[in-house]
Design a protein around this ligand. Structure first.
Ligand SMILES: Nc1ncnc2c1ncn2[C@@H]1O[C@H](COP(=O)(O)OP(=O)(O)O)[C@@H](O)[C@H]1O
Ligand SMILES: [Mg+2]
Length: 263
């Protein structure tokens, strides 16, 4: 069995639930007794803001204790880890400067592998059971870095009329990355933001079920205002409202993900 599993959350469509799923699944895993590191790979800093208020998040951005600085200077990620305050859950914050990451990568030697190399020591330390990486809604060299550094990829898909639009591009991109990173696997698709009436849920599920070799997670996530309130308070939904429906759903999804990761 792998000592540490690196899992990225990717989808080139924005608003599909990457950051929300990544942060809440990570917290659930830590609450279930696992040691987890989350890495914020997006300049929007949504994952960072899921755990810290704006002032603190911007302080990490200013002080250089963030992923952008580590990648730009090709430093070991070990020195950029900060505690979230929750037991067993650490984070590497992002920075708004991440918007320039493609430019930084451009001149680097073996530019697809910078993140994997920076993560090597953390991984070898076996300090974490899971390392979860939140990707930005793009398909470029940086997302290639994120995929190349991962063992598994999870694609959150919003159950909405346009939720599936562009997903084929994403899988084409994934296949290309796999040609240089053959050990990368697609763990599955997580359907998110399912509305009360489940209109687009059925449609989304039906379409995706027809995609060969693509696993749909059994547990999906419904729309719940507790999620947004929790984010507004920089807290995981399980901490903000323990008995909310979303808290239960993210915990179930986390368990399912852990089952596949531990196989
Ligand atoms: N289960 C949910 N219930 C309610 N709102 C949600 C849920 N999941 C995500 N959202 C909201 O949808 C928006 C997009 O989610 P986010 O995780 O930021 O997507 P992405 O990271 O893919 O861009 C955010 O405003 C978030 O608060
Ligand atoms: Mg996001």
């Amino acid at each position: 069995m792998r000592k540490t599993t690196v899992i990225c959350f990717a989808n080139n469509k924005g608003g599909s639930g990457k950051s929300t799923t990544c942060s809440n699944v990570a917290y659930s895993m830590s609450a279930l007794g696992r040691r987890v590191l989350v890495i914020d790979g997006d300049m929007q800093m949504n994952l960072t803001l899921s755990f810290f208020d704006e002032e603190r998040a911007l302080e990490y951005a200013r002080s250089g204790k963030n992923l952008y600085t580590a990648i730009k200077e090709q430093k070991d990620l070990e020195d950029f880890i900060v505690p979230t305050g929750y037991e067993g859950l650490d984070i590497i914050p992002s920075s708004t400067l991440m918007s320039g990451i493609e430019f930084e990568l451009f001149t680097k030697w073996q530019r697809e592998w910078i993140l994997k190399k920076s993560l090597e020591k953390v991984r070898a330390s076996e300090k974490y059971d899971y390392i979860l990486i939140d990707a930005p809604p793009t398909l470029g060299c940086w997302v290639m870095n994120i995929m190349c550094a991962s063992d598994e990829m999870i694609v959150p898909v919003e159950a909405s009329p346009w939720g599936l639009f562009g997903l084929a591009n994403m899988f084409e991109f994934f296949d290309q990355v796999k040609s240089i990173a053959p050990d990368l696997s697609l763990m599955g698709i997580a359907i998110t933001k399912v509305s009360e009436r489940k209109n687009y849920f059925r449609q989304t599920k039906e379409t995706l079920s027809g995609w060969e070799g693509v696993r749909l997670f059994e547990h999906y996530i419904r729309v719940d205002s507790a999620v947004e309130w929790a984010q507004d308070n920089s807290k995981p939904v399980m901490v903000y409202k323990k008995n909310s429906r979303a808290a239960g759903e993210y915990t179930e999804l986390a368990k399912e993900i852990m089952q596949y990761a531990d196989r």
